[in-house]
Ligand binder design. Structure first.
Ligand code: URA
Length: 234
C-alpha cells in the first residue's frame, strides 16, 4: 500500500499548510494509531492508519487543485444542460466532486481555481475575508479622469451598500487593471457602467495569492504547485 508523509496527508485534508501542520505535530496535537506523531516526514498508510488531530479523526479524502485559464463561452459551473462548463477543460478523468471556486461571467476569461476543497472555497469566497481579485479590463470609451477616485471611494452600483474601495490603474485611455475585495454580481462591469464605460473584455489575473500562469492559453489548465496550495491554505 502506498505510504505518504504525515504532513502532506494533513495538508491535503485541509488541516492547514505544511508549515502549520508541522507546528501542530511539534506541539504534540497529532497522533497516528493513538501514538503521538514524531515529525511531518513520518510515513503513514492513509487508508488504514488512524490519524487524529486532538480528538478529531482525519478522513482520507485528498484534495486536488487546478488552475484554469477560463476561455470565453463556457460557464463557471460543474454541470449545465446546454453549455460547456469549466470542468470540460480539465484533463480526464475529472473527479465528480470538483467545482469552480467562484464565478466568472460566460464572456469573461482568466483565472479560475477548481478544487474539491469545500472549506477552502468557503474561506476564499466569504464576504468577510475580502480576498483580493485583480482583473485586466478593456472598455468601449475613454475612462473618465475621476474614475480612479470614484473606485477608491466606493460606488453606488444599485446594491444596498456601496462597493468597497477598489484600485483602478489605467494603462491607456481604454484599458486598466482593477483590484476589488468582494464579488458582487457582474461587479466590474457595473462599476465601469457607473462611470459611463461598457466593458468589452474582462480577464481575471489574480485571486488572493494565486496568480494566473501566463503560459496557460485560454482553455489551458494545470495542477497547482505545492507552494501555491500552501499560500492559499495559509
Ligand atoms: N466582474 C464582472 O463583471 N464579471 C466577472 O466575471 C467578474 C467580475
Amino acid at each position: 500500500m502506498t505510504q505518504i508523509r504525515l504532513d502532506k496527508f494533513l495538508a491535503d485534508a485541509g488541516i492547514g499548510s505544511r508549515n502549520q501542520v508541522k507546528h501542530q505535530i511539534k506541539q504534540g496535537l497529532v497522533s497516528v494509531n493513538r501514538m503521538p506523531a514524531k515529525s511531518g516526514d513520518q510515513k503513514i498508510a492513509p487508508e488504514t492508519d488512524r490519524v487524529q488531530v486532538g480528538d478529531m479523526v482525519i478522513e482520507y479524502r485528498p484534495y486536488v487543485y487546478y488552475m484554469l485559464n477560463k476561455p470565453a463561452g463556457c460557464v463557471s459551473a460543474s454541470k449545465d444542460p446546454t453549455c460547456d462548463t469549466v470542468l470540460s477543460y480539465l484533463p480526464p478523468p475529472v473527479r465528480p466532486d470538483l467545482f469552480p471556486v467562484g464565478r466568472l461571467d460566460k464572456d469573461a476569461e482568466g483565472l479560475l481555481l477548481i478544487t474539491n476543497n469545500g472549506p477552502l472555497a468557503h474561506r476564499l469566497l466569504s464576504p468577510k475575508r475580502h480576498v483580493e481579485k485583480q482583473y485586466y479590463v478593456e472598455v468601449d470609451s475613454e475612462i473618465p479622469s475621476n474614475a480612479v477616485r470614484l473606485f477608491t471611494e466606493g460606488m453606488d452600483i444599485g446594491e444596498k451598500h456601496p462597493t468597497l474601495p477598489a484600485v483602478l490603474e489605467c494603462l491607456s485611455p481604454t484599458t486598466a487593471y482593477v483590484t476589488i475585495h468582494e464579488g458582487k454580481f457582474h461587479q466590474i462591469k457595473r462599476m465601469f457602467l457607473a462611470v459611463g464605460c461598457t466593458v468589452t473584455y474582462l480577464k481575471r489575473l489574480r485571486m488572493g495569492p494565486l496568480i494566473l500562469d501566463a503560459s496557460l492559453p485560454p482553455g489551458g489548465s494545470r495542477a497547482l504547485k505545492q507552494e501555491e496550495i500552501d499560500a492559499l491554505l495559509q
